[in-house]
Design a binder for this molecule. Structure first.
Ligand code: PLP
Length: 437
């Protein structure tokens, strides 16, 4: 009896602690988080009817409440939504469409429900295809929360519970981050690649073989910092010389998020062996994919049946197809490029006026504003971002901080953001910067 009573009390305490910690997470961004009830285009609307420009939703590519998605989902749901054991029209149409968008020679698509699952599957594909034992992952990155995705993630900010002890099959390499840390101020790839060569020699000396390298094509956790020119090309060359596969985690930066490029890897001029995508492709509906070469996919299929109950459901495929149709019909890639350029220029101008802005990163509608308390030392202004977010909320804009110091405002609105709303945000930010100065 006592045993049960104690464990129930423990459970109660645990729940209470959890509640408190959830509350703390929200307070970190906002003193009074808005209760969002509706979304419309690139706006979020709270329970009091107050509208905000949504600067955080890179999951919602074509905007909130899009009538074409609502109609597609309704009609597909009424017609058929079952698991993907049967070949049906939407699955074939959607996977063919994705394969056509993918860079050659990637032509084979597996549909899953999230970015985490896509990363997990990509890692399994690489380990089984190569028969080699070690995956290289870049420090400070985030790739998802399953055991395998968590094992290759080490961002403190996005995942404070990241495994302290990494499994044997993971080896972390230094991030090519010129912003701070070991490589501060070094923009050129050779330095990073020399260090990578050192890691590769150490691994070989220890009798280890490399199965894959996984990285985002843009440094997401740091706030959209572009990789040094030639970095991925240099890494991919080294991987291929060892029979290892190159995995590009495109969960954040594909689907025209960078404006000029549909795929993030285009910015680095490389073609990976495996691409993982999610977020944008379902406009918020759970949908993810792994895109790879046929020979890699076939080797994996030979190992036995592979199946995801809801991944690639008719509903997901129909929504996925509609997202691509809307992007094409509404010219959203071009919009991301034009509005993104306008926004970045505006942010850079604010950087000239306010010392708190240390740097502006990114391209397209994937931008970051790094806040520093001392420009010369580039000291992260911890706390300033949260205060700015609160001030921006009062001025009708929703933004969130990122980075291991939570001092980078990450700007990643729906791709339908208008110039007028970008200007509204820039005015609000100028005002908010003045208010906290
Ligand atoms: N990879 C990257 C780069 C991400 O940013 C995320 C999510 O933020 C994931 C993978 C995991 O995706 P999901 O949240 O859909 O599981």
């Amino acid at each position: 009896g006592l045993e049960t009573a104690r464990s129930l009390a423990d459970a109660g305490a645990l729940l209470q602690r959890r509640d408190q910690s959830f509350a703390r997470v929200q307070e970190h961004y906002y003193q009074a988080p808005p209760q969002i009830e509706r979304g419309w285009q690139h706006h979020l609307i709270d329970t009091h009817g107050q509208a905000y420009v949504d600067m955080v939703n890179n999951v919602t590519t074509v905007g909130h409440g899009h009538p074409r998605i609502a109609e597609a989902a309704r009609s597909q749901w009424s017609l058929l939504n079952t698991n993907s054991r049967f070949h049906y029209e939407e699955l074939v149409r959607f996977t063919e469409r994705l394969a056509a968008l993918a860079p050659d020679p990637l032509d084979t698509v597996f549909l899953v429900n999230s970015g985490t699952e896509a990363v997990d599957l990509a890692l399994r594909l690489a380990l089984s295809y190569t028969g080699q034992d070690t995956v290289l992952a870049v420090r400070e990155a985030y790739h998802g929360w399953s055991l395998a995705a968590d094992a290759v993630s080490s961002s403190v900010a996005d995942n404070p519970r990241a495994l302290d002890t990494r499994p044997d099959w993971v080896h972390l390499v230094e991030a090519p981050n010129a912003v701070r840390g070991k490589y501060q101020g070094m923009q050129s790839a050779p330095q990073y690649l020399d260090d990578l060569d050192g890691d590769l020699r150490d691994l070989a000396d220890a009798g280890r073989t490399v199965a894959a390298f996984i990285a985002e094509p843009v440094f997401g956790n740091a706030g959209g910092v572009l990789l040094p020119d030639g970095y991925l090309a240099g890494v991919y060359e080294r991987m291929r010389a060892r029979g290892a596969l190159c995995i590009a985690d495109e969960v954040q930066v594909s689907y025209a998020r960078l404006g000029k490029h549909f795929w993030g890897t285009e910015q680095q001029g490389v073609v990976p062996d495996i691409i993982t995508i999610a977020k944008a492709m379902g406009n918020g509906h759970p949908l993810g994919a792994v895109i790879t070469r046929r020979d890699i996919a076939e080797r994996f299929s030979e190992e036995g049946p592979f199946f995801s109950s809801a991944g690639g459901s008719p509903l997901s495929c129909r929504i996925g197809l509609t997202v691509l149709d809307i992007m094409r019909d509404e010219g959203l890639q071009q919009n991301a490029e034009v509005v993104g350029r306008h926004l970045k220029q505006g942010l850079e101008r604010l950087g000239e006026r306010f010392d708190l802005i240390g740097a502006v990163y990114g391209m397209g509608l994937y931008l970051g504003v790094e806040l520093v308390s001392d420009r010369a030392a580039f000291t992260p202004a911890t706390g300033a971002a949260a205060r700015l977010c609160d001030e921006l909320l009062l001025r009708g804009c929703i933004v969130q901080p990122t980075g291991d110091f939570k001092n980078v405002l990450k700007i990643k609105p729906p791709l339908c953001l208008s110039i007028a709303s970008a200007d509204h945000f820039l005015d609000a930010l100028a005002d908010a910067l003045g208010a906290i100065a």
